[in-house]
Ligand binder design. Structure first.
Ligand code: ZN
Length: 514
């Protein structure tokens, strides 16, 4: 079994911000979860470095486009480990190995007869690096996304015959109703297709900052086609991922097979809704034209809307991912973003709601559960849990949990899966209150009851920590190690499967910030 997940490659013209962190964190949760299943996983992210906006920005700074791309790409590369991302490769579209694949694939599209020379005239947004259809131009000929004046441009370009793919795309959508999700985005893409597809420019003539067209060196490929092909090109030259025994499965390659054999087609492309059309329409059409197998699905997440008026004292009014990580750690940011806004929808975030979730859920619910459980076992049983019977009622509450979580993650319902796990974190806290181990500890005659309660609690904590691992990789690793049960494979997730051994106390996981 293999699993290949991608983020969009981030455009180097901007600095990394919360939106980039959000997509990468979500992709990382998917990657880590699939590694827990014992699958071979490939997780790709990277930077998109060609096109007019980069050339213009570099010109304004008096440096070469390559210098600007190098400088800004590095900031995105540095973001990944800061947010705990376990990506297997970081692709850059200025890498000559990527550029060669772009040339090969698009030459094939040309040879297959899907490219012709024509003149394009239309409203062009230099920030989108895209022409706008007449019906998407805002009043005063402005970009609906960037609110800047569009320019009227005319160019002799090679065109990609997108209109020929209208029927094949309609068929694709009819056959595969999960090709794009959530449903609203599927409907949006399909209605765009049904409204009638027009051919689109494949190359730019006036621009030099791009991948040169193999059959006409006067042109470079339009940056979007160059960028989309990263998902395919990376597998042709990225190193084979090698991972340790804690995440078994990855890196198992039969001799002679390539990453493309193992991982293509991609299982999930994660994207934001502003790039829906390129991914849901142009990308499958391009792959059809090149006779390459289509990705299995794409999932479109919403926007995080900043509510600046809801301020926390420690973080000010802007939820800056770097400031959050600095003060609270990357686990806290990962948790908050996938917990507070339903993944797939737009939602508001604020520093005040971050702080509230941090205190009420991470510190008081999970953090406190960890500390109570570990410290009671240390205090009452010198850190050893006797293997014995588990509480039937609690076992019943955990029944089917790993399967429910896995099914939700298969649907990329990352918030729904987290809710399922969190309801059991709360159940364990109630269990502590109900059984009051500190009362049982006063009565020698109830030693067996205390053993059962402590073991059940430790086992429940182990299960929720295994399932939370993709969301909270650092803290759950600490907890599982403290429980003497570092195995985090999903096969061992069911309640009662734990090989708990010597338990030790650990410092508070989510300390209160003064
Ligand atoms: Zn624009």
């Amino acid at each position: 079994m293999s699993f290949y997940v991608t983020t969009p490659i981030y455009y180097v013209n901007a600095a990394p911000h919360l939106g980039h962190a959000y997509t990468t964190i979500a992709a990382d949760v998917l990657a880590r979860h699939h590694r827990q299943r014992g699958e071979s996983v490939f997780f790709l992210t990277g930077t998109d470095e060609h096109g007019e906006p980069v050339a213009d920005a570099a010109h304004a700074l008096g440096i070469s486009p390559q210098e600007l791309a190098d400088r800004n790409s590095e900031r995105f590369r540095a973001l990944a480990p800061k947010i705990g991302a376990s990506n297997d490769f970081f692709i850059r579209t200025t890498d000559p190995r990527h550029m060669e694949v772009v040339r090969e694939v698009l030459a094939r599209v040309h040879e297959n007869g899907h490219v012709y020379m024509g003149t394009y005239e239309g409203w062009y947004c230099p920030k989108c690096a895209d022409f706008k259809a007449e019906n998407e131009v805002d009043e005063g000929e402005r970009c609906p996304i960037h609110h800047i004046a569009l320019t009227r441009e005319q160019e002799d370009n090679y065109f990609f015959a997108l209109s020929r793919f209208q029927e094949p795309l309609e068929r694709l959508y009819a056959e595969r109703d999960d090709f794009v999700s959530p449903r609203t985005r599927y409907n949006e893409a399909l209605s765009f297709i049904k409204s009638g597809l027009r051919d689109v420019p494949l190359t730019r003539h006036k621009l030099t900052w791009g991948v040169p067209v193999p059959w006409d060196s006067e042109h470079v490929f339009y940056v979007w086609f160059d960028a989309l092909l990263n998902y395919y090109s990376a597998l042709s030259y990225a190193p084979v991922p090698a991972r340790g025994p804690a995440t078994q499965g990855a890196g198992e390659q039969s001799a002679g097979s390539t990453l493309t054999d193992t991982f293509w087609p991609a299982d999930v492309h994660l994207i934001a809704k502003d790039i829906l059309r390129f991914h849901a329409v142009y990308w499958p059409a391009l792959l059809m034209a090149a006779e390459i197998e289509l990705p299995r699905r794409m999932f479109v997440h919403g926007y995080l809307l900043m509510e600046g008026e809801k301020m926390s004292k420690s973080l000010g009014n802007v939820l800056d991912p770097f400031a959050v990580i600095e003060q609270y750690g990357s686990d806290a940011l990962r948790f908050y973003l996938l917990r507070d806004v339903r993944f797939g929808q737009d939602g508001s975030v604020s520093t005040a709601s971050f702080e509230q979730r941090y205190e009420s859920e991470l510190a008081n619910e999970y953090g406190n559960l960890v500390n109570r459980t570990l410290s009671m076992i240390v205090r009452y049983r010198h850190g050893s849990v006797e293997l014995g019977t588990l509480d039937d009622e609690l076992a019943g509450d955990f029944e089917g949990l790993p399967e429910r979580v896995a099914a939700l993650i298969d649907g990329v319902e990352l918030t729904g899966a987290l809710e399922q796990i969190w309801s059991l974190v709360r159940r364990l806290n109630r269990y502590v209150e109900e059984r009051a181990p500190w009362q049982l500890a006063k009565d020698e005659a109830r030693a067996a009851d205390l053993d059962r309660v402590l073991l059940s609690l430790a086992e429940g904590l182990r299960v929720v920590s295994v399932l939370l691992h993709p969301y909270l990789p650092d803290s759950t690793s600490n907890v599982l190690t403290a429980l003497g049960a570092p195995d985090r494979s999903l096969a061992n997730a069911p309640f009662g499967m734990g090989g708990l051994r010597a338990v030790k106390a650990i410092p508070a996981l989510f300390p209160k910030i003064a």
